[in-house]
Design a binder for this molecule. Structure first.
Ligand code: BGC
Length: 765
């Protein structure tokens, strides 16, 4: 009765006309779903009608791997006990499950369907670390808009992306899912992903609700071991790990996922300070927080929650709106009792359910709960999706070495090319982790791409040479569309190795594709070493010993120890996991139909023992003395952050500040000229770095504060401008526990990597 009264009051307050089904048209085309105060009013009107169990149902998200809409989950939906499902990708099944929610449940609240659309859905784009290597936010926006369109076409409404965790430890497998080591680059990339996935606002046609994950500090897992605790100082949190999350929130991200691990001894999913004080109070986040899979219940495993009841209370108090689980929803089972025991209140529940309803309202799910199954094929078949995937793969490749300009290769000089390596013709591996929903037959491997490019005029032969496998198998194996090949016997392995060498001997050129299988990076894919797995180095050395020119293509999701190759192989191109069009993109790059312009979003170590090694470290009392560091290894990396070559050359000049002296709080403009000094058109990424020379804290030796990727014709010069203002010059001071801007002198550098030498000075008074 009271519920009915409350609902009626709200209807009177907001007015019936605004409450009716409300799919208006914007510019006569795109539906515009409710926004602003109307959203809140509708959510409140619904809340007023809901039983406690229905509210807890909205907070319940379940993995669903079934193939029919019946059984326990269907009943749960019918009874209002399920608010969301994840991992359903079949549009007919999505519609059937949705039909139960909107026709058979009491309040007809639609389900929201989630999935990890991380770097493509049907058309697979390069993995996120590769996208970051493009240093091209517009490209990411375009790519993610396509990924969103394809996922939306099957009825998915929500993606668990972008992953914006900073990491400085390539042993951590999930480095492949993020933008690398730098907070500035990470923040720009985070915003580009959110804009691409969500569009201008939540509910934009053909887009998804985005979810920034994993809040926060997951990338600092001790030892790079997945899920291990993160111990991060206050200053590091605010200066390094938080900025990409804050940027995603500023870009309007609708969801944040709480991380699995302990952050400074408190599991992120039960961390009130993180989820309420930082995220909601300080950053004004008004979307919802979803837990990572089972992470509410698993707070017991951390030794943080006494039992499932305690876990539910702790997560709810911390501010987790939705519990993602494999079926052990501890909210549903325990919050009722917790209310009876006065540990949490109905109002606490309402405040967490409201944003969930609001998201569904904003997405237009009440007006359009179903997906049009007839449009899936035509959406997937759009040729511009593949073109965009190819462009992204081209832009994200990083040329690490090109001795005597071996690359680009002539299309006519090599009559016989040997393509060697376990990754050269693998369709699953070229797509990287989190690729499950694509049509694998549409994948272009490196071998296929080279054949497409050269046709019959060149003889192209392939030998894998070696195999590689994880020591402990991956839990994701069961989801793969192309299974791992059967493991060779010792004799077979010896034969295959020999065949590869013979092939190289008979060829004019060897293209080697080495790196890691896709399941060697990603979740639960951390490593204690960073060498080329298996006998790949041996294979590379044996092919090199044939005396034939060797081009090394690296397919991987993290920097690997390639010291031998860096010394001995003339050309090395980092192609990451380049996606559906990877083979064609790489062929364009190798034969000069495209020019590499990607840059490393992560420092490339020489040896795993140097980890963590990152460009933005603090100075010490002997900043640059080798003998004070390791006695057996250089202390500098193999390739610096921001590094990448091109088939042309660039020169930087005229670094100027519009005002070389400013007051605290004021801004100056930095300008620099970049010229293409070579004979080919090419892209350069102009990078701006600063260093604060003294002040209230030791500041990093360099910090990225601006970048722009420009395309220049031979001989062309461009002036690039950046603003340096208080936002760039301040930092979080751990002792003051606040943002601080010091009056200090700053070094300013511009150039094409983090060792740029063109320098000037800014004085802040
Ligand atoms: C991962 C998340 C992912 C979720 C759903 C978890 O294991 O940590 O990143 O979004 O599964 O697939």
């Amino acid at each position: 009765m009271t519920r009915l009264l409350a609902a009626a009051t709200i209807l009177v307050l907001v007015g019936w006309p605004t409450f009716r089904v409300n799919a208006r048209r914007e510019n006569g085309a795109a539906p515009a779903y409710p926004q602003g105060r109307e959203v809140r009013a509708r959510a409140d009107a619904l809340l007023a009608q809901m039983t406690l169990e229905e509210k807890l149902g909205q907070m319940n998200q379940l993995f669903f791997f079934g193939s029919t809409a019946d059984g326990g989950v269907a009943n749960g939906i019918r009874n209002g006990q399920v608010g969301s499902l994840l991992f359903v990708t079949n549009p007919a099944l999505i519609n059937s499950l949705q039909r139960i929610a909107v026709t058979e449940s009491r309040l007809k609240i639609p389900l929201i369907f989630g999935y990890d659309v991380t770097h493509g859905f049907h058309t697979i784009f390069p993995v996120s670390i590769a996208m970051a290597a493009s240093w091209d936010p517009k490209l990411i926006e375009r790519s993610q808009a396509i990924a969103a369109r394809e996922a939306r076409a099957v009825g998915i409404n929500w993606t668990f992306a972008p992953m914006v965790d900073i990491t400085r430890d390539p042993r951590w497998g999930r480095i492949v899912e993020g933008a690398g080591e730098d907070p500035y680059l990470g923040a720009v990339m985070a915003q580009a992903h959110v804009r691409g996935l969500q569009g201008e606002r939540i509910g934009s046609p053909d887009r998804l609700l985005a979810c920034a994950k994993h809040f926060a500090g997951y990338g600092a897992a001790e030892g790079g071991r997945d899920y291990d605790a993160a111990n991060i100082s206050d200053a590091q949190l605010w200066n390094v790990y938080f900025p990409p999350f804050k940027a995603a929130v500023d870009a309007g991200v609708g969801c944040v996922m709480s991380a699995y691990m302990d952050l400074n001894d408190v599991p992120a999913t039960g961390n009130r300070w993180l989820l309420r004080d930082v995220l909601r109070r300080d950053w004004k986040f008004n979307g919802f927080v979803v837990s990572d899979a089972n992470s509410v219940d698993e707070m017991r495993n951390h030794g943080y929650a006494r039992d499932a009841h305690d876990a539910a209370v702790k997560a709810l108090t911390a501010g987790v709106n939705m519990e993602m689980s494999f079926g052990q929803s501890v909210y549903l089972k325990n919050i009722g009792n917790a209310i009876k025991q006065n540990q949490v209140s109905v109002k606490d529940v309402d405040d967490l359910v409201r944003p969930l309803l609001e998201a569904k309202i904003r997405l237009g799910l009440f007006e359009n709960p179903y997906v049009d199954e007839t449009k899936v094929k035509s959406t997937f078949a759009q040729p511009q999706h593949r073109e965009a995937a190819k462009a992204a793969a081209v832009s994200s490749a990083v040329l690490l070495k090109n001795q005597n300009n071996l690359l680009p290769l002539s299309k006519t000089a090599y009559k016989r090319i040997a393509v060697i390596g376990p990754l050269a013709d693998s369709r699953q591996n070229i797509l990287g982790p989190w690729s499950f929903a694509m049509d694998i037959d549409q994948t272009t491997t490196i071998l296929a791409g080279l054949k497409n490019k050269l046709g019959a005029s060149t003889q192209i032969d392939f030998a894998p040479g070696v195999q590689m496998n994880r020591v402990f198998p991956s839990i994701f194996d069961q989801l793969l569309k192309e299974k791992h090949p059967p493991v060779w016997s010792e004799t077979q392995a010896a034969d295959e190795f020999r065949k590869a060498i013979e092939l190289a001997k008979g060829a004019d050129l060897a293209v080697m594709v080495l790196g890691e299988n896709q399941d060697m990076s990603g979740e639960q894919a951390s490593r204690s070493t960073l060498d080329l797995p298996g006998r790949q180095l041996e294979l590379l050395q044996a092919v090199k010993a044939t005396g034939k020119p060797v081009v090394l293509l690296l397919m991987n999701g993290r920097p690997l120890d390639i010291s031998w190759a860096a010394e001995n192989v003339p050309a090395i191109l980092e192609i990451w996991y380049p996606g559906t069009e990877g083979g064609n993109a790489v062929a364009d790059l190798l034969f000069g139909d495209a020019n590499p312009g990607g840059k490393l979003p992560v420092t490339w170590m020489r040896h795993v023992g140097q980890v963590p090694i990152y460009y933005s470290h603090n100075l010490t009392q002997n900043p640059s003395q080798q003998d004070k560091r390791y006695w057996n290894e250089k202390f500098v990396p193999l390739y610096p952050f921001g590094y990448g070559l091109s088939y042309t050359t660039f020169a930087f000049s005229n670094l100027k500040l519009s005002q070389p002296e400013i007051r605290v709080g004021a801004a100056t403009e930095v300008s620099v000229e970049v010229k293409n000094t070579g004979k080919r058109a090419g892209d350069e990424v102009v990078q701006l770095y600063i260093h604060q020379q003294s002040g209230g804290a030791s500041r990093p030796i360099r910090e990225l504060k601006g970048f722009e990727r420009v395309t220049l014709a031979p001989g062309e010069t461009k002036a690039v401008r950046f603003k340096l203002g208080p936002e760039d010059l301040r930092y979080w001071n751990g002792a003051a526990r606040d943002w601080v801007q010091d009056a200090a002198t700053f070094d300013v550098w511009a150039g094409n990597d983090s060792t740029a030498s063109l320098h000037t000075t800014l004085k802040v008074r």
